[in-house]
Design a binder for this molecule. Structure first.
Ligand SMILES: N[C@@H](CCC(=O)N[C@@H](CS)C(=O)NCC(=O)O)C(=O)O
Length: 230
């Protein structure tokens, strides 16, 4: 049984989708990142980066959503696409892992979480996300999924963040990217998406952003350079 360290945020939901797609048995272990549970010594022994998701699969501990998707894809042989397209799968997975994900996260941060509206930062991250969306839109013009016509872990990884497009770029953002929008609707129609979305609905995660939450999510804003404050 896989232990799945979860919070209802974009990176864990990718892993939720894989687990639901694959049918692997798992149990959900909530980590309330708004309360700072990611910083406990027990959790940092599992994920030294103090973020969700992470999984424990027997003696294997895996952190980072994209590493987990690769690990589970290789473990099960599912959603890895055609072996002849492996170079493309790695390339697009890293494009999502290092581009779409972190830039979307920073766009959300500077628009919705930062104490000041810094137009340079907001513009920088929004424009980059728009550029990434444009690259995916072009890629999807003539094929159903990101690597090829086959649904893979790259679609699962991208879906976790594209699902947050209203908060990242605004309610109508996908209208400018019709092929990406069609892909998003195609992935959303998969039964596993509804199941992944339902995970943790019964969990009472903290939702309000107060001083405790700001300290939990942005500890570097409260520490001296190079000094960790837990
Ligand atoms: N590269 C990591 C990023 C993980 C990440 O940023 N997770 C967020 C939730 S989506 C988190 O744990 N936030 C709490 C925090 O930063 O303290 C991954 O893909 O797993």
């Amino acid at each position: 049984m896989i232990q799945f360290y979860f919070h209802h945020t974009p990176n864990p939901i990718k892993v939720a989708l894989f687990l639901e797609e694959s049918g692997l048995p798992y149990e959900v272990l909530p980590v309330d990142v708004f309360k700072g549970e990611q910083h406990t010594a027990e959790y940092r022994a599992i994920n030294p980066n103090a973020k969700v998701p992470a999984i424990v699969d027997g003696s294997n501990v895996v952190f980072d959503s994209n590493a987990i998707l690769l690990y589970l894809g290789e473990k099960t042989g599912q959603f890895m696409g055609n072996p002849n397209a492996r170079a493309q799968l790695y390339s697009w997975l890293m494009f999502v892992a290092t581009g779409v994900g972190p830039y979307s996260g920073q766009a959300v941060h500077f628009q919705h979480m930062a104490p000041e509206q810094l137009s340079y930062a907001i513009n920088r991250y929004r424009r980059e996300v728009e550029r990434h969306y444009g690259i995916l839109n072009d890629r999807l013009q003539n094929q159903q999924y990101i690597v090829s016509d086959e649904y893979t872990i790259v679609d699962i990884a991208a879906w976790g963040w594209i699902d947050r497009f209203p908060r990242v770029l605004g309610e109508n953002a996908l209208d400018e990217f019709p092929h990406l929008k069609a892909w998003y609707e195609r992935v959303n129609a998969r039964p596993a998406v509804a199941k992944a979305r339902a995970i943790g609905k019964e969990l009472n995660f903290k939702t309000n952003v107060d001083e405790e939450t700001r300290r939990a999510l942005f500890p570097q804003n409260y520490s001296k350079a190079g000094v960790h404050v837990s």
